[in-house]
Design a protein around this ligand. Structure first.
Ligand code: FES
Ligand code: FES
Length: 159
């Protein structure tokens, strides 16, 4: 048995401890927004947040999670997530869409840590998220847009 905190809810799963977080999410909880790509931590399709950090769910194991907070594309929320979703739509980023949940989760983790990343920081953060459709240019444009939205929102909030 494993107890995991997923999108703010404690879930008890009857799975072996060596089960990957990706399989637990998709096969046990039906959270299929997190995608299976390579299974080897090489593509980023399975990116989720663990305690706010972007991690690869395919190489994260139920036995290691303890009380960690796991957030998936279905549950991610807040101003940064809203800005990233809006920017993805503004730039019509998705093509086939398969890699996009992982791209979005990676981008949200980046902008949460670094609200105004330069090009080098975007490259460093997003480099491990592959897109077979080649949407990289639109992803970068959307991240810059989301950063602008967040900066405007912060300015607007100042007295
Ligand atoms: S499926 Fe996890 S990194 Fe590719
Ligand atoms: S949009 Fe098709 S793999 Fe990225």
């Amino acid at each position: 048995m494993a107890r995991l905190t997923i999108n703010g809810t404690v879930q008890t799963l009857d799975v072996p401890p060596e089960t990957s977080l990706l399989n637990a999410l998709r096969d046990e909880l039906g959270l299929t927004g997190t995608k299976y790509g390579c299974g080897l931590s090489q593509c980023g399709a399975c990116t989720v947040h663990v305690n706010g950090d972007a991690v690869r769910a395919c190489q994260t194991y139920v036995r290691d999670l303890g009380d960690a907070r796991v957030t998936t594309i279905e549950g991610v929320s807040g101003p940064v997530a809203d800005a990233v979703r809006a920017a993805w739509l503004e730039h019509d980023v998705a093509q086939c869409g398969y890699c996009q949940p992982g791209q979005i989760m990676q981008a949200i983790a980046l902008l949460t840590r670094q609200p105004n990343p330069d090009d080098a920081a975007i490259t460093a953060a997003m480099n491990g998220n592959l897109c077979r459709c080649g949407t990289y240019g639109r992803i970068r444009a959307a991240i810059r847009s989301a950063a602008r939205m967040l900066s405007l929102a912060t300015e607007g909030a100042e007295p």
